[in-house]
Design a protein around this ligand. Structure first.
Ligand code: EPU
Length: 420
């Protein structure tokens, strides 16, 4: 199993090119199942989750070819999902449910269980598909959805923690081929949903309102092939911005979308980081000492849950007390005990973590538990004194393209090693 070995204490300096967004490309690849024509997707990040989605589509009968940062998907003929354990291995693969239902009128996937960040139910996905006329059966750990035909309808998709990103994606995709008009209220407003809608519209769908809480989809008889460039990954960009601030350096993000990152940039600025914007480039610099800030994760345009762990690493290094409240996933605090191994002083109180920042962090072996927790450990390791070994790097390779290479270009002393 691979590990990252980091010798901390070097301020990151230089430029990093931001890759395409993982959470945009996964549903966009699934959307290619909606047409018999070929689709071409550009700015596809090289990630294990993306390769896995490619394998799923290939198993469903699509031709999938990766070349550089482009993927060509041709789902001329596809078969039903059968008994694939899609969702167990990668929760993001739940987004094949909507396209399969729309194209084949049936689909079957294993029901996702809980995971380290929380319960991850799919009740809202199913509620939306049922509203379109699908019959949902749960049996033997699988969920089967089937419909003679899908009929547009108005629905409310808000849940306990607000809207659902992949639930909105699933229903939006299914509704493109439904008869009549579908209106999703309390739709997720994330840029990844907007990007998916842009791809679907390029395929001939009629979607309006994506990016707002009310999305309207006028069903069409069929969709055609399309070419699309995926938006830059706002979470990857935020991670490098925070790493720059944490190490006291100066990092320029090339090809980012600052307009997708306002909540994170606002907090970094409140914390005392200097931010300069030049079109799609952003430079983050730490001029002096940082200040502690409080953070609450919320649906977009609020502070993203996918940046909570990285920001906690920064606050652990910042003198003062910071209260970080997680409102999206109830147990997304697995990084707390690992940050403590480096010397961080953090207490969990219900949905909040109280970070008593400014302790000297010193390197230690730590265990990555999920994607963003691993990113937080890398940031803490880059800023800590001495050597940090982050084990179970496969978590980070799910969502960060070539993280060690990109960090080395910024001057970090980081290498990938084979560890038992
Ligand atoms: N929820 C329900 N019922 C549902 C679906 C969700 O109650 O049917 C709840 C969830 O338990 C959670 C909240 O709604 O409390 C939001 O979950 P959401 O459905 O929006 O999450 P997701 O679509 O499964 C995507 C990203 C996650 C990201 C979340 C929130 C992908 C592949 N995944 O997950 O990304 O944290 O949205 O923004 O797009 C990551 O990249 O590290 C990651 C976990």
């Amino acid at each position: 199993m691979e590990s990252l070995l980091i010798k901390g204490g070097v301020p990151l300096r230089g430029e990093v090119r931001i890759s395409g967004a993982k959470n945009a490309v996964l549903p966009i690849m699934a959307a290619a199942l909606l047409t018999e024509d070929p689709c071409v997707i550009h700015r596809v990040p090289k990630l294990s989750d993306v390769r896995f989605m490619g394998q799923i589509l290939a198993r469903l009968g699509a031709e999938v070819h990766f070349e550089g940062d482009t993927v060509r998907i041709h789902a001329r003929r596809i078969k039903g999902a059968g008994d694939y354990e899609l969702v167990r291995k990668m929760r993001g693969s739940i987004c094949v449910l909507g396209p399969l239902l729309a194209r084949l009128k049936k689909a079957s996937v294993s029901l996702p269980g809980g995971c380290v960040i929380g319960a991850r139910p799919i009740n809202l996905h199913l509620k939306g598909l049922e509203a379109l006329g699908a019959k949902v059966t749960i049996k033997g750990g699988y969920v089967d959805v089937a419909a003679k035909r899908l009929i547009g309808s108005a629905m409310f998709l808000g849940g306990r923690a607000g809207p659902t990103v992949l639930g909105t994606a699933n229903v939006m995709m299914a509704a493109t081929l439904a008869q009549g008009v579908t209106v999703i209220e309390s739709a997720a407003c994330e840029p990844e949903v907007v990007d998916l809608a842009a791809f679907l519209n390029a395929m001939g769908a009629r979607i309006t309102g994506a990016g707002s809480p009310t999305v309207t989809i006028a069903g069409v008889r069929q969709l055609h092939g399309a070419e699309h460039e995926v938006i830059p990954d706002r979470i990857e960009a935020a991670t490098y911005a925070i790493a720059g601030a944490a190490t006291g350096g100066e990092v320029t993000l090339r090809g980012a979308r600052p307009d997708h990152m306002r909540a994170v940039l606002d907090k970094l600025s409140d914390a005392g980081a200097k931010i300069e914007r030049n079109d799609s480039d952003l430079t983050i610099r730490r001029a002096g000492p940082l200040k502690a800030v409080d953070i609450t994760t919320l649906p977009y345009a609020g502070f993203p849950t996918d940046v909570q762990a990285q920001m906690m690493a920064l606050m652990a290094l910042t003198p003062g007390i910071s209260i970080i409240t997680e409102r999206i996933f109830e147990s997304r605090f697995m990084h707390v005990s690992e940050l403590a191994r480096l010397g961080a002083d953090i207490e969990i109180e219900g949905p909040s973590a109280i970070v008593k920042g400014g302790r000297l962090l010193t390197g230690a072996p730590v265990m990555a538990s999920d994607l963003r927790a691993s990113a937080a450990l890398v940031i803490a390791g880059l800023a800590a004194r001495g050597a940090t070994q982050v084990n179970r790097v496969y978590h980070i390779d799910r969502g960060y393209e070539n993280i060690d290479g990109k960090l080395r270009r910024l001057g970090a002393r980081i290498k990938r090693i084979e560890a038992s």
